[in-house]
Write a protein that binds this ligand. Structure first.
Ligand code: ADP
Ligand code: MG
Length: 567
């Protein structure tokens, strides 16, 4: 860690000093331009590199405060005041459009921000009386400061920007962002308010653009419509990919490389586009992690490193006394729930309860509605009718993430964050459930959870190195982290070997003994018979039997519907 900081600082100092080294094309002017463009690119790196939102509006956010300031100046306000108001208005606008944009799935966000960029450039062209049109809006401030002072100012702004980025992308936030980037649904199930965090990141990233762009407009002294345009935004996306997506210095290295290429190829302007294009192509083909990635190990972890000495054993989370299932508290109550997809009655008036300390299972042939019912309980689908009470509160219409403290869910195919360690994957869930705990407390709890599941030997391993069976057990440990009263497990036995199956059976028995209410969908009937207490059998969305597991599996109608369908 300290080595990385020293190396980054050394590289930063070298780049800052580069205009004074007499290298070809590297002037103080280029340095100033680079620093201010890089400041905006750092913001785009937060939006695109860290959160994975491909957005093409960064240049529009760079130009908006300048244009607003110019218009306000024409209305009689002093330019500095106009620019300040422009900055504030741009941030308010960014916050507002973020709310809309971040709800759109990937491609739509990209096209939506593209449209936003066209609108801003279009406005700048359409109202030349206010914006100067194609000949540009001239800024009267910034002339008093000399080039060296401007360079220092731009370096200071970039330095502050990098410090802000590093402060934003660390610890629990960095883990949360990685979870969102990798799999939004799984992040939401762990308790992450995905829309809120994406909107925040989009607004913060746009703020970098607004500040960098305003300084740049003052430095250059003129703002033209192309500055807001989509080409400029595309260039910023290419630039951070060239430098290294998601790394601290990637946007700076990328911007310096592009701006320098721009100057050097400017000596032979006919080749400019060609050189640019080849640089971007070569990056995608030969250095997908960018220039910075050529010098840096791929792992970016956001949690504790493995301690040098073996850690002193952490006591597993305290085990509540096992309550008797008979007459014990009802943790989940599904009441007259229906879900229709158009004319398909996927779930049609299903009711049941699951109590503390019991394992409840949903069985039924393919298309019976098991997955739909599961999605309704976990919040991925909203019921057409009926209520879903978890610990007495109706969650039927609540967003997914609000259930997290009361409910853990595992997936049929484990949905872990591959670029994080096993420990960090568990930490992401605990971060959401215990936001007030310190980093060290969260790490200790996550380790205790892994110990309780006999997975501590994998704690510091990267998830992508592990087998599918290990993934499933880790997913279960993660779902159960924070001791939620209700656990939903989607086909927990699928893909497990004999030994892992035994391990799973032991873990489920222990969770039940601790008083959890566990709902499982499982195709392995022998496994269901062995571990489940009660269940419901669905056929075409309707419950055809419910009660003790041995009774319902022996039921004649069930035999016909289920085993008939299997054979
Ligand atoms: P199971 O998990 O028991 O195999 P599902 O819950 O996946 O069953 O499906 C139940 C019924 O609902 C099926 O007829 C299926 O085609 C339908 N269904 C499920 N999801 C959707 C959807 N998103 N849109 C339309 N129909 C759906
Ligand atoms: Mg299914």
């Amino acid at each position: 860690m300290t080595m990385r900081i020293i190396a980054s600082l050394a590289l930063g100092c070298l780049m800052a000093a580069s205009p004074y080294l007499g290298l070809p094309g590297l002037t103080v002017g280029l340095g100033t331009l680079t620093a201010l463009l890089a400041l905006s690119a750092v913001g785009l790196n937060l939006i695109f590199g860290v959160l994975g939102m491909l957005a093409f509006g960064q240049a529009a956010f760079m130009s908006l405060p300048g244009y607003m300031g110019g218009v306000l100046e024409k209305l009689g306000l002093p330019l500095p005041a106009g620019l300040l108001i422009g900055l504030v208005l741009t941030l308010a606008l960014a916050r507002a459009v973020a709310e809309i944009f971040v709800r759109l799935p990937g491609m739509y966000l990209a096209v939506g921000t593209l449209g936003f960029g066209f609108v801003v450039e279009g406005l700048a062209r359409a109202f030349p009386a206010w914006t100067g049109g194609a000949s540009g809006l001239v800024f009267s401030i910034g002339r008093e400061i000399g080039p060296h002072a401007w360079y220092l100012l731009s370096l200071a702004a970039l330095g502050l920007g990098l410090a802000a980025y590093a402060a934003i992308v660390r610890g629990a936030r960095a883990r949360r962002f990685a979870a969102i980037r990798h799999d939004e649904l799984s992040a939401a199930v762990m308790g992450v308010d995905v829309v809120r965090w994406k909107a925040r990141a989009f607004t913060m990233g746009s703020a970098f653009a607004a500040i960098g762009g305003t300084l740049l407009a003052c430095y250059v002294g003129v703002l033209v419509p192309e500055n807001a345009g989509v080409n400029r935004s595309l260039e910023q996306v290419g630039t951070i990919m060239l430098g290294g997506l998601g790394s601290l210095l990637g946007p700076v290295v990328g911007t310096l490389a592009v701006q320098w290429l721009f100057v050097v190829s400017g000596y032979a302007a006919a080749y400019e586009l060609l050189i640019y294009g080849v640089a971007f192509l070569a990056t995608v083909l030969y250095a997908p992690r960018g220039i910075v990635g050529l010098f840096k190990a791929p792992q970016t972890t956001h949690g504790p490193a493995q301690p040098a000495a073996t850690p002193s054993p952490v006591a597993p989370a305290s085990v509540p006394p096992a309550p008797a299932p008979e007459g014990s508290e009802v943790y989940l109550r599904v009441q007259a729930v229906s879900k229709f997809f158009g004319g398909v009655r996927a779930i049609d008036g299903v009711s049941f309860e699951v109590r503390a300390g019991e394992i409840f299972t949903m069985v039924g042939p393919n298309g019976a509605g098991k997955s739909t019912l599961f999605n309704l309980i976990s919040g991925i689908e909203t019921p057409t009718a009926g209520s879903i009470l978890i610990m007495g509160r109706d969650f039927a219409q609540a967003p997914i993430h609000e259930r997290a403290p009361l409910m853990g869910r595992s997936f049929q195919v484990a949905r872990l964050v591959p670029e994080l360690t096993v420990l960090e994957n568990v930490m992401v869930r605990l971060d959401q459930i215990f936001p007030a705990l310190s980093e060290a407390q969260i790490a200790a709890r996550a380790l205790a959870q892994l110990q309780a599941f006999d997975l501590q030997h994998l704690a510091y391993r990267q998830v992508r190195e592990l087998s599918a069976g290990q993934h499933k057990l880790i997913d279960l440990a993660r779902a159960a982290a924070g001791d939620p009263p209700l656990l939903l497990l989607d086909e927990p036995a699928v893909g497990l070997g004999e030994e892992e199956l035994e391990h799973l059976a032991r873990l489920l028995a222990r969770l039940r003994a601790q008083g959890s209410a566990i709902v499982i969908v499982e195709h392995n009937i022998n496994f269901v018979r062995r571990i489940a207490d009660r269940g419901v059998v669905l056929d075409s969305g309707r419950p055809i039997a419910s009660g003790d597991i041995a009774d319902i599996l022996a039921d004649k109608a069930v035999q016909d519907a289920y085993f008939g369908a299997l054979t």
